[in-house]
Design a protein around this ligand. Structure first.
Ligand code: ADP
Ligand code: MG
Length: 475
């Protein structure tokens, strides 16, 4: 650590701290590390590109004031973005991109990682058989088991992962195939296994690679006429983690070479860990012999987390970021974002950002606004059938009773409520609603809607029905 950089930055921080909200300070300034001071330019490391963008957009003025106080008018600020997926490299591999002029500081430069290049693997073709060759594992230490929260949705996969990490190559989970939809934690879990193995068995050669990059390397090797070197390189690995193998679909050359590598590793008791967005049975354009290998070990599914797990994932994230948020809000977000952990995290980050930058208090309404942006594309339309089902369940009657001709008051009311919600939540016409709910005409539906409106403003009990049902239907 650079002492001068550190002290300059500390002085900036105490100025900033006095001038912004404590929560904003904690969220956006505490994680920053001062790394270097040279030519009157202070380099600060920020955890992500997102982070840098927020700082630029919202705090550039105060940063400028703080820094010029310290270093005078010629002060410069350089951001160093900590590599997302850093693979634990010590050297940041950075490229300078001149910033636009929007920053208030002179000649502001941004260091961004060259994520698409793979520095440690620039020559993957090391001489086989020599075991002291160092291969960088390409693992991201931030993806650990510790912060991969367990729930019913991932228990099998997570525990299988732990078992594999304890005894790589020594369990029947070989290969371990983790599959599931986007944003459910496949990549995270795959890294966690590798990280844990590296921790327990530092001498083992672990390699994480995406199927895409693997394919690219293979294609290059064919071009350069060193396919055998490519194969040998992969054959000396003890734990091979290949992410998103569905990418191999239709790429028969790569599948073929992977088949050979797989067999070699498996025969030698080496561990293979794969992830995929589909179960093996649903994978298309993957050769049968490869699919049958995938099934040798264990295929474990990551499902969408249940409500409790979503809440604990969010709370854990907030805790790690040092942010406090009322339970009510956390639960609101968890309730509405259901199918994708990445979106769940995204929503909470936006929420923190919004509230600290606009100095807005975090309220359920703000949460609503933000959640809507995340779910608007996935919001499903409720069907009239579904509405009838929910309403009948609520009044503990059958759908057929709800639709019947009877004039019993509570049944008539249930039917009217079903019509009212069908009008409210679907695009169906009055006539179509009527014909689906007990073959009534459009005038009956119109009457039902008016009755529900009237009753809910005059009858307390009835208003409660409407509120309860609204909640059930707007999941
Ligand atoms: P996938 O590879 O399945 O698309 P990722 O592994 O990239 O998904 O996960 C998306 C995000 O969700 C990551 O930030 C990851 O840390 C987080 N995540 C997923 N599952 C969990 C979990 N069980 N606990 C904590 N974080 C999780
Ligand atoms: Mg992934």
């Amino acid at each position: 650590m650079d002492v001068t950089a550190q002290s300059v930055w500390n002085n900036c921080l105490s100025f900033i701290k006095d001038n912004i909200q404590p929560q904003a300070y904690k969220t956006w300034f505490e994680p920053i590390v001062a790394v270097k001071l040279s030519d009157n330019a202070l380099s600060i490391q920020v955890p992500s590109k997102f982070f840098y963008e927020w700082l630029e957009e919202h705090y550039v003025k105060i940063l400028k004031v703080a820094l010029t106080k310290q270093l005078g008018e010629t002060a410069k600020l350089v951001y160093v973005i900590k590599m997302e997926n850093t693979y634990g490299n010590k050297q940041p591999f950075t490229e300078k991109i001149p910033s636009s002029n929007r920053g208030a500081l002179k000649s502001q430069d941004v260091d961004v990682p060259l994520n698409n290049k793979n520095p440690e693997l620039k020559n993957p073709f090391v001489i086989p058989g020599i075991r002291n060759v160092k291969i960088e594992s390409q693992l991201n230490p931030n993806y650990s088991f510790e912060n991969f929260l367990e729930g019913d949705s991932n228990r099998l996969a997570r525990n299988a992962g732990l078992a594999v990490a304890n005894k790589p190559g020594g369990t029947s989970f070989n290969p371990l195939l983790i599959f599931g939809g986007v944003g459910l934690g496949k990549t995270h879990l795959a890294h966690a296994i590798g990280v844990d193995i590296k921790d327990k068995y530092p001498e083992k050669t672990v390699l994480y690679i995406s199927a895409e990059k693997f394919t690219q390397q293979y294609i290059d090797s064919v071009k350069k006429n060193n396919r055998n070197d490519f194969i040998h390189f992969y054959q000396i690995i003890d734990v091979l983690i290949i992410d998103d193998v569905q990418f191999l679909s239709g790429k028969s050359g790569t599948q073929d070479v992977f088949f050979h590598i797989f067999n070699h590793l498996h025969q030698n008791g080496k561990q293979v860990i794969l992830t995929s967005d589909k179960a093996p049975v649903d994978m298309q354009d993957i050769e049968q012999r490869l699919l049958s290998r995938f099934k040798w070990g264990l295929s474990a599914e990551l499902q969408s987390p249940d409500f409790e797990t979503r809440v604990s994932i969010l709370k854990n994230k907030l805790y790690r970021d040092g942010v406090e948020m009322p339970d009510e809000i956390v639960e609101y977000v968890a309730k509405h974002i259901k199918t994708n952990v990445r979106e769940l995290e995204g929503a909470i980050i936006s929420l923190i950002a919004q509230s600290s930058f606009n100095k807005k208090e975090i309220t359920v309404n703000l949460a609503k606004e933000i959640v809507e942006k995340f779910v608007k594309n996935t919001k499903r339309e409720v069907s009239i059938d579904y509405i009838q089902k929910v309403v009948s369940d609520y009044f503990q009657m059958d759908v057929s009773t709800l639709q019947s001709k009877t004039r019993k008051r509570h049944i008539v009311q249930a039917r009217q409520l079903a019509m009212f919600f069908a009008k409210k939540y679907t695009k169906a016409s009055l006539a179509s609603i009527g014909s689906q709910i007990g073959k009534r005409d459009h005038a009956t539906v119109l009457h039902a809607c008016k009755t529900v409106d009237n009753l809910s403003s005059t009858d307390k009990q009835f208003r409660k029905y409407v509120e309860d049902l609204s909640k059930k239907l707007s999941l």
